[in-house]
Design a protein around this ligand. Structure first.
Ligand SMILES: NC(=O)c1ccc[n+]([C@@H]2O[C@H](COP(=O)([O-])OP(=O)(O)OC[C@H]3O[C@@H](n4cnc5c(N)ncnc54)[C@H](OP(=O)(O)O)[C@@H]3O)[C@@H](O)[C@H]2O)c1
Length: 347
């Protein structure tokens, strides 16, 4: 059994803790919680041992919660930490906790790979560099958008390689997650320097240009990817064949927008309403001369959870990718979810 500590119990941490606790190879030592709020009800209901900052211990006890120890004590008992802190907080966690306690850690996509607050040298994308993660101590799991782009680009590169000249992606990003309390601002905002481009280029070498816009929605991201070929672009049907057996990619038709998929996932009882995948939309995919335009949506909150699970298997066990995919599928039911979604949204 591998002992895992999940530091942070927000949108990502709660999903990681819930999924990892179903894996018989994993002993969830506990979760790190920093504030007293309604999220604690879920932790209590699921029997996740609670670890809190030293200076909050008394407050949690006074509020009626049973505390198993301090966050430092939780990490000390673990073999690896999944850091699921707010963007940028992972750096201090590494300096204050993981380095002094000599513990490996997986960070999330809001952390830096460059500059003074860098937490790791490498970003993981299971479809691209899974095999390079073995025995690494610190790795960043790419953000949802970055994970989705790797899942879409890598199979295409393997099939068409040098036939492709360049890729242009417009990311249309959701404003907040479903469970976020923050107000969704009625505005379309642009990102002057989207981190996604350099993040993807750290593991895929390609002529790639990314623009990002944030829109007032809580329901997934949409990517419009324009792929320019040297000669004529392939027919859409043969292009889509590339994804027929791709892990974590569904091919959907008759979807009018991201809300359709999220609501369907909720109706179908997928945990947290997550599909954990990207969905290529055939209705919005077009070909003209040397150019193919594809549109896919990316389940922002669910996407990176199986990626964290795969990464852990690479770091700690050096498993083969196929073996890891099978084990991850057994926890997340990704193939089954894909089949269901494809039969719900067919042409
Ligand atoms: N949300 C997404 O769709 C998404 C997708 C992919 C990647 N990510 C990345 O995943 C990371 C977490 O995002 P999120 O959406 O889960 O954020 P979130 O919902 O705001 O949750 C962040 C959590 O961090 C906790 N926290 C506060 N100080 C901390 C510390 N020093 N160490 C550890 N945890 C601390 C907070 O605890 P309390 O609540 O107890 O105060 C909160 O539960 C970010 O890097 C983000 O970029 C997010």
């Amino acid at each position: 059994m591998v002992k895992v500590f999940v530091n942070g119990f927000g949108n990502i941490g709660r999903r990681v803790a819930s999924a990892f606790s179903k894996d018989k190879e994993i002993e969830l030592i506990g979760i790190g919680k920093y504030s007293i709020d309604e999220r604690l009800d879920e932790a209590v209901e699921k029997n996740f041992p609670l670890y809190v900052p030293e200076n909050m211990r008394l407050k949690f006890k006074e509020a009626g919660f049973s505390v198993s120890g301090t966050i430092r004590e939780g990490i000390a008992q673990s073999d690896i930490v999944i850091d699921a802190a707010k963007d940028g907080f992972g750096f201090n966690n590494k300096i204050d906790l993981y380095l002094p306690l000599n513990k490996p850690a997986i960070f999330q996509g809001g952390e830096n790979r460059d500059g003074i607050k860098k937490v790791a040298d490498i970003i993981h994308n299971s479809r691209v560099n899974f095999n390079d993660m073995f025995r690494r101590k610190y790795v960043i799991q790419g953000s949802c958008n970055v994970s989705g782009i790797g899942r879409i680009m890598q199979p295409m590169i393997e099939k068409y390689g040098k036939e492709i000249e360049r890729y242009d992606i417009t990311l249309i990003r959701r404003w907040a997650d479903l469970e976020d309390k923050k107000v969704v601002k009625d505005s379309i905002e642009w990102d002057q320097n989207p981190h996604h481009q350099e993040d993807v280029k750290s593991f895929i070498q390609a002529k790639l240009y990314i623009e990002a816009y944030k829109v007032p929605s809580r329901m997934m991201h949409v990517h419009q990817m324009t792929i320019r070929f040297e000669d004529a672009a392939p027919e859409i049907d043969s292009f889509l064949e590339v994804y027929k057996n791709e892990f974590g990619v569904a091919i959907l038709s008759n979807v009018s927008g991201t809300g359709d998929i999220r609501m369907k996932a909720m109706d179908l009882g997928f945990e947290y309403g997550d599909t954990n995948m990207v969905h290529i939309h055939t209705d919005a995919t077009r070909k003209q001369d040397d150019t193919l335009k594809i549109v896919y949506s990316d389940d922002q909150t669910g996407m990176v959870i199986p990626e964290n699970h795969l990464l852990l298997q690479s770091i700690l066990f050096g498993r083969s990718k196929n073996d890891a995919y099978n084990r991850t599928d057994a926890i997340f039911d990704m193939q089954k979810k894909r089949r269901i979604l494809e039969s719900e949204f067919k042409g």
